[in-house]
Design a protein around this ligand. Structure first.
Ligand SMILES: NC(=O)c1ccc[n+]([C@@H]2O[C@H](COP(=O)([O-])OP(=O)(O)OC[C@H]3O[C@@H](n4cnc5c(N)ncnc54)[C@H](OP(=O)(O)O)[C@@H]3O)[C@@H](O)[C@H]2O)c1
Length: 304
């Protein structure tokens, strides 16, 4: 029998976690440590052994997992996995009145469609993007972007907070994954850049254990570099201003040429240096060589 919960009034000390990869396991342990009763379900049941030993309860079916709690957290590879698990007659029958919090990664459009799908089953829906790796879940450094109905966020903020500090972005369910994709754009390109630079220094005999700390010390200072001389980084961009007083497109573009030349002579992969060079070349071709380097955003916004 399905008990229909009233999710709009109460936090429940019972939480369900569906998906027990490294993330789901870390979330389950954090919720257990915070004193919640946690019910779990995972496609590969054996992956639940560790968290069950720690006090979680393994549900036999997705429907049973959903019925165990008002709040159902999903931590899956993507949103299709949620449909594979919950878009079945037996599971959807349990969804009415529950709150689904999907902390899986996917595109903003898919998260918006998922919110509509959840609403069609009378379930509330929050999307989230977890900004730390599994070992950091539950630590003070953990933060999670959320979007969806404000009242749902507020209703479950206290339950969700131990997993990672909630940063609520707004009602549009796509916002959390938009921010996640934006942050991961920076993260993944930085990781590739760090590996390119490490490979470059390696050709001169420098070990990665020496190169990486040196490279990271500069990476850490990028925020200060971008803020130098500007009280609010980004304000000039918002105003459509690119004053070329300091770091012009031509100067930065010349550096990007040098990186391409150096990488070519060392026999390194050119994909990343060529992509960066292309941003500057396009701005120069469009007559913006003496603008600030931020001018490259025009070509990114409207590639031609
Ligand atoms: N790990 C990180 O450092 C990190 C950091 C930030 C965000 N995230 C995000 O957090 C989410 C989970 O990450 P994770 O590292 O825990 O991932 P994972 O190890 O790949 O675990 C994925 C989970 O999804 C399940 N799954 C995948 N496809 C399924 C399907 N078609 N039907 C049913 N279950 C399915 C897996 O079940 P089985 O066990 O049966 O395979 C497993 O429980 C991802 O969206 C990831 O992008 C991860």
């Amino acid at each position: 029998m399905n008990e229909k919960p009233n999710h709009s009034t109460q936090q429940d000390s019972s939480v369900t976690v569906i998906g027990l990869g490294p993330m789901g396991q870390a979330m389950t342990r954090t919720l257990l440590a915070a004193g919640h009763r946690v019910t779990v379900w995972n496609r590969t049941a054996g992956r639940a052994d560790g968290v069950v030993a720690d006090g979680a309860t393994l549900a036999a079916t997705p429907g049973e997992a959903v019925e165990a709690s008002d709040l159902v957290i999903l931590s899956l590879t993507d949103y299709q996995a949620m449909y594979d698990i919950l878009d079945t007659d037996s599971a959807t029958a349990s969804l009415a009145g529950r709150t689904l919090v999907n902390l899986s990664s996917d595109t903003p459009d898919r998260t918006r469609k998922a919110a509509t799908w959840a609403a069609s089953h009378d379930a509330a829906f929050l999307t989230g993007g977890v900004m730390v790796p599994a070992p950091m879940v539950g630590t003070e450094a953990a933060c999670i972007y959320y979007s969806g109905p404000d009242e749902v966020m507020e209703n479950y903020r206290a339950v969700l907070a131990p997993i990672g500090t909630p940063k609520y972005l707004g009602e549009d369910p796509g916002l959390a994954q938009m921010m996640y994709q934006a942050q991961l754009t920076v993260f993944l390109t930085t990781l590739s850049a760090l590996m390119h630079a490490t490979a470059m220094l390696g050709t001169a005999g420098m070990k990665a254990r020496e190169a990486l700390p040196e490279l990271l010390s500069f990476t850490d200072s990028i925020g200060a570099i971008l803020s130098a001389g500007e009280e609010t980084p980004g304000a000039a961009l918002d105003a459509g201003e690119h004053p070329g007083d300091l770091s012009t497109v031509i100067m930065m573009g010349a550096t990007s040429d040098h990186i391409v030349e150096t990488s070519t002579s060392l026999g390194l992969d050119l994909a990343l240096p060529l992509a960066v060079q292309a941003h500057y070349r396009r701005a120069i071709e469009n007559g913006h060589g003496s603008d600030n380097w931020t001018r490259i955003i025009d070509g990114i916004r409207a590639p031609r």
